[in-house]
Ligand binder design. Structure first.
Ligand code: HEC
Length: 363
């Protein structure tokens, strides 16, 4: 899991035309993985999550554009705005819902409270309802909107999801800003879904079974593999031995949330998350030696030889024999033959030398 492919999305061998190659399942996985995608900054303001699934890259059913992450059937909780031939946005704010504003100035990007808008299915959803509404650009012009340079509107218009894609809610999710900076803080994420939704693209959960689950956290405005993942764990639903024992409680998704601070009833489990796909497997084992990629940020060629590859292949050394995790750690190789190659904290960002998205292959 700490390696990825040279042709994973945004790796050097990847081309945009390849589509979103970003999930590789083991060959013996025949079904789908259910993916509960709670986008806190996106649909959470209207109390909804997104519902997706992951399939094999080859032979996928799905939307056919080559990716391996797909939306469930139905419509998700947002629509993405287009621009017209003149570059005008599809929607701007309805001033009747914003105290008069059709848009906000770009330099208020971090401070404007106008972070999202909704269509008429979602005006009353979420903890901050009534929500600002997005109306057609042409209607806004007819109402007297005079656009000026720097006017900014959200990229997505939120809406009530429909069908299987709309069957996860996110009631009770909260953000508590840390002292001194309203944009940093702590999320408490709550999502709800029926154990068995009856939809073919959802995994039905039933008493007595054990399921494989894993978690990921995407934070810091990153994309593709720059997020944190957990190992895979097991979860039991009133069943046998598993890492997580799910607790059955009365009530429905829209009801009052249980008191999760009651750690007797809801024992806390801490998970360590880590960055996956730090570098490609080919780079690590030395297969990329001699290759050069051009880092688009600097225009410089980046060398692809990993000084640890021979130690790994010939001496059976592992990462810990030549790297610490943090720079502050004392270097203490478990096996003879290792030497200090540096801390992953500093090296991981280099990613085999190419550290910006979508590097260009030579020529
Ligand atoms: C035998 C020693 C050795 C082993 C084992 C080893 N490395 Fe390295 N690694 C090095 C050295 C030395 C460097 C710094 C010079 C270089 O880039 O080759 C390095 C550099 C790196 C870099 C930075 C790449 C760059 O562009 O500079 C990453 C990432 C990395 N190693 C990951 C790993 C991982 C993950 C493992 C285990 C799977 C591992 N290494 C095992 C010696 C080792």
């Amino acid at each position: 899991m700490i390696t990825c492919h040279d042709n994973s999305r945004a790796m050097p061998e990847w081309c945009h035309e390849d589509g979103e190659v970003h999930k590789y399942l083991p060959d013996d996985v025949t079904g789908r993985l259910d993916m509960w995608h709670h986008r806190l900054a996106r649909a959470n303001p209207i109390g909804l999550s997104d519902d997706q699934w992951v399939g094999q890259r080859t032979g996928d059913e799905g939307d056919g554009d080559g990716g391996s992450r797909h939306g469930d059937d139905g419509t998700g909780p947002f629509a993405t705005a287009t621009t017209d031939d003149d570059g005008n946005p599809q929607w701007v704010f309805d001033p009747a819902t914003t105290g008069g504003a059709f848009a906000f100035p770009f330099n208020e990007l971090w401070t404007s409270p106008l972070r999202n808008f909704v269509d008429d299915t979602a005006e009353d959803l979420g903890p901050n309802a009534p929500n600002p509404v997005g109306i057609d650009y042409a209607d806004a012009i007819a109402m007297g909107y005079e656009p000026s340079e720097g006017d900014t509107v959200p990229r997505r218009r939120l809406r009530m999801g429909e069908g299987s894609r709309g069957d996860i809610t996110a009631f009770g999710t909260t953000f508590t800003a840390s002292a001194g900076d309203p944009l940093f803080g702590r999320w408490d994420s709550n999502i709800q879904r029926q154990l068995d939704t009856g939809n073919g693209d959802d995994t039905a959960l039933a008493d007595g079974n054990i399921y494989n689950i894993a978690f990921s956290v995407h934070t810091g405005m990153v994309t593709v593999r720059d997020h944190h993942v957990s190992w895979s764990y097991t979860m039991s639903l009133n069943g046998g031995d598993a890492d997580f024992q799910a607790v059955k409680i009365d009530g429905t998704g829209t009801g009052t949330l249980p008191d999760f601070s009651d750690t007797d009833q809801f024992p806390v489990m801490d998970l360590n998350l880590f960055l996956p796909g730090i570098t490609s497997y080919e780079f690590l084992i030395g297969e990329n030696a001699g290759l050069e990629y051009i880092d688009p940020a600097t225009g410089n060629a980046v060398d692809q030889s990993h000084a640890g590859s021979a130690g790994m292949l010939d001496q059976g050394l592992g990462c810990r024999d030549c790297h610490t995790a943090a720079s502050s750690e004392t270097f203490d190789p478990p096996n003879a033959g290792g030497f200090n190659g540096g801390a992953m904290e500093a090296l991981a960002g280099q990613r085999g030398g190419v550290n910006t998205p979508t590097p260009l292959p030579p020529g």
